[in-house]
Design a protein around this ligand. Structure first.
Ligand code: ADP
Length: 253
């Protein structure tokens, strides 16, 4: 039976463990026991060197991968026990995800890419169109509605991916290296937009190996070797936060 989590947390994870077991190779422990709570409205960055287990953690929290052990609550409901079908519904309605390589549907227009998840979540065509129009305007993509992804720059494609992730007003936005394939202008743009949505109350968990990208968040979790090495709560604790990131960068070197 599911346990209820009566607090203001959007996400809570307890004792998460994930080991990959590739055939014919040694097991790879990727997440080695993580406890994490993200409160409503927080913008949290998980940073650390490549291979630290950051993407695995994000995949576990988004139900894209299953933990070997541990529990996850989303909006107070235990979700680690959910079926694949239930996770798909959760992702459609409550969790938006942006990836490094955008993952847009290449043969659909920008408008259709953004409207599709709204329609799948049960919006009427009119509601989906209205939500799409508002988001594309907000993201500076007016006039691009009928383009296909390949006609856009990387930065524009990531903005479309952001619109798609936000169209159902998810409780949680997960971003996996959202600036990882962008130039510095695209990176600044995506960070500016994430900050803007955060200021309006969007809860964001972002995973990045780039300490500069992480510094857009108001809480930085340093991840190393599958574990949380440092977790600096808020802006007031900025010194500690900076030193945590510096530690990880030193470890990386
Ligand atoms: P990060 O996002 O911090 O770069 P990952 O979560 O991608 O780290 O990877 C953590 C560890 O798990 C790494 O050693 C990586 O090689 C390994 N790993 C990730 N995905 C798989 C997989 N599908 N199969 C086997 N090993 C994997």
């Amino acid at each position: 039976m599911s346990r209820e989590e009566p607090c203001g947390a959007i996400v809570r994870a307890e004792g998460l463990v994930k080991t990959y077991r590739p055939e014919g190779a040694a097991p790879v422990p990727a997440v080695r026991g993580v406890d994490l709570t993200v409160q409503r409205g927080e913008f949290v960055a998980v940073t650390g060197p490549s291979g630290a287990g950051k993407s695995t953690l994000l995949h576990l929290l988004g139900g894209l991968d299953r933990p070997d052990s541990g529990s996850i609550w989303l909006d107070g409901r235990q979700v680690d026990t959910c079926s694949e079908a239930r996770w798909a519904v959760l992702r459609r309605k409550h969790i938006g995800i942006v990836f490094q390589f955008f993952n847009l549907v290449s043969n659909l227009t920008v408008a259709d890419n953004v409207e599709l998840p709204a329609l799948l979540a049960g919006s009427s065509p009119r509601q989906a169109r209205a939500a799409r129009a508002e988001l594309l305007a907000e993201l500076g993509l007016e006039g691009k509605e009928n383009s296909t992804p390949s006609e856009l720059s990387g930065g524009e494609q990531q903005r479309v991916a952001l619109a798609r992730a936000l169209v159902n007003a998810p409780s949680l936005l997960l971003a996996d290296e959202p600036a990882g394939s962008l130039d510095s202008k695209g990176t600044r743009e995506v960070l500016r937009l994430l900050s803007r949505f955060h200021q309006r109350g969007q809860t964001i968990l972002l995973v990045t190996h780039d300490a500069r990208v992480a510094s857009a968040a108001d809480r930085v979790i340093s991840f190393f070797d599958g574990r949380i090495a440092d977790d600096a709560p808020l802006g007031a604790d900025r010194d500690r936060r900076t030193s945590g990131v510096a530690d990880v960068l030193r470890l990386k070197g």
